[in-house]
Design a binder for this molecule. Structure first.
Ligand code: 13P
Length: 255
C-alpha cells in the first residue's frame, strides 16, 4: 500500500462550544445507527470537555473516536482552567484538536505552545489534529504558502520524524470557517498537496502516511467533491457536524 491507499479517511466533527451532555448523548444515539454500515473510514467527534467522558462511554465499540478541542502542554501544574493530555487519555479520549484558528485568534494560542503541545499529546497516546490555515488577507496578498510553511514547520518542530505521521493535519482556511465560503476543489487540493510536501521535507515516508483533512464550510452538498480530491484524507466539520443527519450524510460522502 502506498499513497492515498495507506491513509484511512477521517471525518471529524468539531462541535466547538455547542451541546450539553444531554444534547451530546442524544446526538450519538441518533448518529450511530446512521453510520453503522460504513466501513473503511474513521469518524471522530470533538465535544466540549464536560461531555467527553459520557461520549467515550456511549460510542464504545463503534467506529466513532472521541477527541478534545484543546489541551495544555504540561501533564499537571498550577494552570487554572486548563486540562492536560494524561487527563484526557485517562478518559479514553482518542486525540485532540490543537491550534484551531479560533484558539489562535481569540485565546492567544501560539506556535511556541503548539511546539510543546504536539509531543505532549503523542507522549500521552493521543492523536493530535493540528489546524493550520491562512486568513483572507494573506490569501489575497499571495502569502498562503508562506503562512502554511511557517505553521507546519514551527508547530511540528519537536515531533520526531518517526512520529510525524501520527499527527493529523487539518487545512482550515480561516476565510472559509463558518462563512459558507468553501474553498474550491482546486484551492483545497493545492494547499493540502503543499502541506504534504512540507511534511515530505522532513520525511517522505511520513508524508505518504500523514492524514491531511480539509475544514471550512464543509456541508453534505460539497463533501463529495472535496473528499474525492487525491490529497484530501477527510474533513474537519464545524456547523454541519451538529446535526446527526447532516453529519451522517458527510460520512456517507467519503470515498
Ligand atoms: P465550519 O464547518 O462551521 O465552517 O467550521 C469549520 C471548523 O472550524 C472546523 O474546525
Amino acid at each position: 500500500m502506498s499513497g492515498a491507499d495507506a491513509r484511512r479517511p477521517l471525518i471529524a466533527g468539531n462541535w466547538k462550544m455547542y451541546k450539553t451532555v444531554a444534547e451530546a448523548e442524544s446526538f450519538v444515539q441518533s448518529l450511530l445507527p446512521r453510520i453503522a454500515g460504513r466501513a473503511g473510514i474513521d469518524v471522530g467527534i470533538c465535544p466540549p470537555f464536560p461531555a467527553l467522558a459520557a461520549i467515550v462511554d456511549s460510542t464504545r465499540g463503534s467506529s466513532v473516536g472521541v477527541y478534545a478541542q484543546n489541551m495544555h502542554q504540561e501533564p499537571e501544574g498550577a494552570f487554572t482552567g486548563e486540562v492536560s493530555a494524561p487527563m484526557l487519555a485517562e478518559l479514553g479520549v482518542q486525540g485532540t484538536i490543537l491550534g484551531h484558528s479560533e484558539r489562535r485568534e481569540q485565546f492567544g494560542e501560539s506556535d511556541r505552545a503548539l511546539q510543546l503541545k504536539l509531543p505532549a499529546a503523542l507522549q500521552a497516546g493521543l492523536e493530535p489534529i493540528l489546524c493550520v490555515g491562512e486568513t483572507e488577507e494573506e490569501r489575497e496578498r499571495g502569502d498562503t504558502e508562506r503562512k502554511l510553511r511557517h505553521q507546519v514547520q514551527e508547530d511540528l518542530t519537536r515531533v520526531e520524524d518517526a512520529r510525524l505521521s501520527e499527527v493529523v493535519i487539518a487545512y482550515e482556511p480561516i476565510w472559509a470557517i463558518g462563512s459558507g465560503k468553501v474553498a474550491t476543489a482546486e484551492q483545497a487540493q493545492e494547499a493540502i498537496a503543499f502541506i504534504r510536501a512540507l511534511v515530505a521535507d522532513r520525511s517522505r515516508v511520513a508524508a505518504e502516511r500523514t492524514r491531511i483533512l480539509y475544514g471550512g464550510s464543509v456541508k453534505a452538498e460539497n463533501a463529495q467533491e472535496l473528499l474525492a480530491l487525491p490529497d484530501v484524507d477527510g474533513a474537519l466539520v464545524g456547523g454541519a457536524s451538529l446535526d446527526a443527519d447532516t453529519f451522517a450524510a458527510i460520512v456517507a460522502a467519503a470515498p
